[in-house]
Design a protein around this ligand. Structure first.
Ligand code: KG4
Ligand code: ZN
Length: 335
């Protein structure tokens, strides 16, 4: 088929503190992927919702323009507009959603509302032609820790998730206790490479079924740190980081292993920001060496619009679109 006739989608993602836009082709090939992470939050040690909304408002137009430019496309080449409508921060979601809906209405294009969580799952298919469901997913990000079985594209079995903090949230909170900047996950990862994993044996939560819990571990680190002098913590920061990280990876591994066995699943994908963690990648690659283990490209692990475009393209090809009355849903679940 003539390349010019192939469908292309413009995707927008503004659920948290990344303003992102991307252009995606028919086979989930990434034509462009622009992600602007808000730097304004770092001094506050976490995302400030009001600031995020304001920054999205400022960045949305230049980011969308850049996505079209990088793909060498004009807006007239686009066949549909996909936008995240939840879960996420309400003020942040609304900026992308209203922008995308308006654009779709003016251009008379199909508008497709996308679940951010489904986007993270589809991140594994970007630029990867030969991978298809069934597939077990471990979704680990700043807001989510979930085990989901994808029977087919768009068909999910939710196995379990965190009862309290998400894995990334635990990384960020422990990093804050250690005086590291936000987001703390990458800093803990870096420090842990030089640390002893067996320096402190932090407790692993015992949860039922496929549920996870990280708040006990977080509190254990807090109590441990309270008992130490500042000099001791400074001298052993890498060891403490490595010991904490090992506990998180252990807990993620245990439930994932049970799910792979029970479902007799041969393919595993680990997605979301925490899937960047180098120890997690090392352990999972080793433990599941007899299965197929997939991680997204780094640019598709953190929140991005390419993954939203992949879901949008899947729906567009099926002829699915959303009504213009679709609202933002901060607590949207994956069903
Ligand atoms: O997927 P993401 O961008 O946002 C959500 O949808 O929540 O994930 C961000 C999370 C943050 O908590 C960050 O600390 C964590 O991913 N993260 C990491 C690493 N890189 C990012 N955690 C551990 N190790 C890393 N290398
Ligand atoms: Zn996310």
């Amino acid at each position: 088929m003539d390349n010019l006739k192939k469908m292309k989608i413009l995707a927008i993602e503004t659920s948290c503190d990344e303003t992102a836009a991307a252009c995606i082709g028919e086979n989930f090939e990434v034509l462009s992927n622009v992600t602007k992470t808000h730097v304004e939050h770092s001094v506050f040690g976490g995302v400030v919702p009001e600031i995020a909304s304001r920054v999205h408002t400022k960045l949305i137009l230049p980011v969308v323009r850049k996505a079209l430019e990088d793909a060498s496309l004009s807006i007239q080449d686009i066949d549909g507009i996909a936008v995240t409508y939840g879960p996420g921060l309400i003020g942040s979601l609304l900026v992308g959603l209203v922008f995308g809906k308006t654009l779709a209405q003016v251009l008379q294009l199909p508008f497709i509302g996308v679940n951010h969580l489904e986007g993270h799952l589809f991140s594994i298919f970007l630029n990867r032609k030969n991978l298809a469901p069934p597939l077990l997913f471990l979704l680990v990000s700043g807001g989510h820790t979930e085990l989901i079985y994808m029977e087919d594209y768009g068909r999910y079995k939710y196995l379990g998730g965190t009862l309290d903090d998400a894995a990334g949230e635990a990384f960020d909170k422990v990093a804050k206790m250690l005086g590291l900047p936000y987001p703390g996950g990458p800093h803990i990862d870096r420090l842990a490479r030089e640390g002893r994993k067996d320096f402190v044996r932090f407790p692993r939560a015992r949860t039922k079924g496929y549920d996870f819990s990280f708040s006990g571990l977080k509190t254990a680190v807090l109590y441990y740190l309270r008992k130490q002098s500042r000099e001791f913590i400074e001298a052993h920061i890498s060891d403490i980081a490595a010991s904490f990280q090992e506990a998180v990876v252990d807990m993620l591994l245990e439930k994932t292993r049970i799910a792979m066995d029970e479902l007799k699943c041969e393919k595993l994908a680990v997605v979301g920001g925490v899937s960047m963690n180098s120890r997690l990648r090392e352990v999972f690659n080793k433990e599941f060496r007899n299965s197929e283990v997939y991680f997204p490209e780094p640019q598709f692990t953190i929140d991005n619009a390419a993954m939203i475009g992949a879901v949008g393209m899947f729906k567009l090809k099926k002829g699915e679109k959303s009504p213009f009355t679709l609202g933002a849903n901060p607590n949207l679940k994956l069903t």
